[in-house]
Design a protein around this ligand. Structure first.
Ligand code: SF4
Length: 85
C-alpha cells in the first residue's frame, strides 16, 4: 500500500518534469541568458514619452519581465518596442 502511494507520487513528479523544463527553457534559454538586447531597444529604467511605462505595455510579464527585452526590467521602465495593452 505504501509503495503504491509513493509510486503514484513519483509518477506525478515525472509527469510534471516536461512542463518544468519548458518553463525554465522559456525564461532562461542559453541565448537569452547571454544576449542583452536592452540597448537595441533603447530600454531605460524610467518612464518613456508621456509617462508610459512597461507595466502598461502588452509585452510586460509580471513582476519584472518582458517578452521582447531580455533580463530583468522595471515595471516603471520603457523601451522603443512599447505597445499599450
Ligand atoms: S516591450 Fe519595452 S516597454 Fe514593453 S514591457 Fe518590454 S521593455 Fe517595457
Amino acid at each position: 500500500m505504501k509503495s503504491s502511494v509513493s509510486r503514484g507520487l513519483a509518477l506525478k513528479r515525472l509527469a510534471a518534469l516536461p512542463f518544468a523544463a519548458l518553463a525554465v527553457g522559456a525564461t532562461l534559454s542559453p541565448a537569452q541568458a547571454v544576449t542583452d538586447n536592452k540597448k537595441q531597444f533603447k530600454y531605460q529604467d524610467k518612464p518613456g514619452p508621456k509617462g508610459v511605462k512597461c507595466v502598461g505595455c502588452r509585452f510586460f510579464v509580471k513582476p519584472n519581465g518582458c517578452t521582447i527585452v531580455h533580463g530583468k526590467i522595471s515595471p516603471n521602465g520603457w523601451c522603443i518596442a512599447y505597445a499599450p495593452k
